[in-house]
Design a protein around this ligand. Sequence first.
Ligand SMILES: [Zn+2]
Length: 243
Amino acid sequence: MTKPLQDSTALVVGVGGLGGPACLQLGTAGVGRILLVDDGAVELADLTRQPLLGEADVGQRKAAAAARRLAALFPRLRVEGLDQRLDASSAPALLASTDVVADCSGHFATMFLLNDTAVGAGKALVHGAAVGLTAHVLTVIPGSAGCLRCLFEGPPPLGAVLGPARIGLFGPLAGFAGALVGREAVRLLSGEAPAHAGLLLEYEARSARTRTVPVRRRPGCAGCAAVAAPPRPMDLPGPGAPG
Ligand SMILES: [Zn+2]
């Protein structure tokens, strides 16, 4: 049975251009508790894409600054800003006390760590990313549809793929992807049908093209190996499906 939203906890990893808008969706919907995880400090460049931060926050720890702003906006929200980078030792405990995970990290190693930890713990995960002019959103429901490793077996070799830090990030696109991540997390917490479970949304801003890619459970996926149930026939890749 679904908990009331005010009794639910969302873990938001990454308080950048996606994490801020995601938190606004969660706070506006009335989610009771948000855990924010980020080990960065606020830089001037963040302000072009971060609705929770202002010039007075430059130089402050990002998680704490965003938590202060959220607490001011939503007085009934219990929000904790954790100044840390998620790693294999801290992830299980953080996920244990949450009902949904929003991956707004923009960091390949963290994406796969969150995927594996969430699938192993049976927690729903909404993954969002925006690099250059392309945004992605994928929801992982453990034991149901495919996970991030069903789509990409693992993170790319270091330096093989350029991330937001090297390519740049279109602020409005990050806001769009972050808001979708937050709204999807609210759907999951509310017991509504998720929009992006097993369906990778890709939006390319230059051409305004959108496409969706089915992500089914892939036999032998190292991420899904933590789920007891084997893939059902409907989870297996069909003709033309990726992976
Ligand atoms: Zn998988």
